[in-house]
Design a protein around this ligand. Structure first.
Ligand SMILES: O=C(O)CCC(=O)C(=O)O
Ligand SMILES: [Fe+2]
Length: 277
């Protein structure tokens, strides 16, 4: 993917929003008490909460009419154009990934298309983890699963930080040049009725080196209902999750602190309480 290679290699295109010389300009993109988009902290919902050792810049990129007028449209050039093309390329890549998943799930690919195409949403989160003199005393990003369907993650440089939970252990994910990490999120676990499992992950920080990552989150269109795809619900594989509207799902999400896979558990049907005849 040519674009990504160039974007990656050209350090001038690194998310400038984080460089200290831009500190004053950041203020114009700041999050507010009612707005999660912009520059600030991930999932900060209370004054008492312990914050992660990271700054983030979070913004909706697709569809265009959902963009906040003070964010992407106001970013300086050429950064704005780069983000624009990056967003489109990743949207296409996400559709290809969803196509492959449909094949693996043995369902008609029109089903995923109907849920994600046209008004499917994409948001980008740029994460900046400064170096920390005592890295084991802090966490870069709290253990969580992404609430979305599919995340395509770009890691800058070779500084490692991403870890996934595998066999009850944290396993580092190598940062490979010119490679993405694709994370399955909670919505994919719901849509696939548990066939795909969302991955619990976290980010740790380094003692001497800062690290930047860019997560592109892909979700169904906001007017869609999410729940297990009917073709995947059978007498042998009853629905494992409740259905809800995308709007309600998102509303609930941003009132919660980030806490492992707790939101998915909230969506889960209590299997013992359900009888399937
Ligand atoms: O920085 C990373 O590698 C992880 C980022 C992440 O998990 C997220 O933005 O949801
Ligand atoms: Fe994540």
């Amino acid at each position: 993917m040519g674009l990504t290679r160039n974007w990656w290699r050209n350090s001038r295109q690194k998310p400038k929003i984080f460089s200290t010389c831009q500190w004053k300009k950041r203020k114009r993109y700041w999050q507010t008490s009612t707005e999660v988009e912009g520059f600030g902290q991930a999932f900060a919902v209370s004054e008492e909460q312990k914050l992660d050792w990271a700054d983030i810049f979070y913004l909706t990129t697709q569809p265009k009419h959902l963009r906040k007028p003070n964010l992407l449209p106001m970013l300086p050039l050429p950064y704005r154009d780069t983000l624009e093309s990056y967003s489109l390329e990743l949207q296409n890549l996400a559709m290809n990934i969803l196509d492959c998943m449909s094949k693996a799930l043995n369902i008609d690919n029109g089903i995923m298309k109907a849920v994600f195409e046209n008004e499917g949403t994409q948001s980008l989160r740029m994460n900046y983890y400064p170096q920390c003199p005592q890295p084991d005393k802090v966490i870069g990003l709290t253990p969580h699963s992404d609430s979305v369907a599919v995340t395509i993650l770009l890691q800058f440089d070779e500084t490692e930080g991403l870890q996934i939970m595998k066999d009850k252990k944290w396993v580092p994910v190598k940062s490979l040049p010119d490679a993405f990490v694709v994370n399955i999120g909670d919505i994919m676990e719901i849509l696939s009725n548990g066939m795909y499992k969302s991955i619990l992950h976290r980010a740790v920080v380094d003692e001497t080196k800062a690290r930047i990552s860019v997560a592109a989150f892909h979700n169904p269109a906001l007017d869609k209902e999410i729940g297990p795809i009917p073709d995947l619900v059978t007498p042998g594989t009853p629905a494992r999750f409740r259905s809800t509207s995308m709007i309600d799902y998102m509303k609930q999400l941003f009132t919660r602190v980030l806490d492992g896979k707790s939101y998915l558990d909230y969506m889960r049907i209590n299997e013992n309480a359900t009888s399937w005849n």
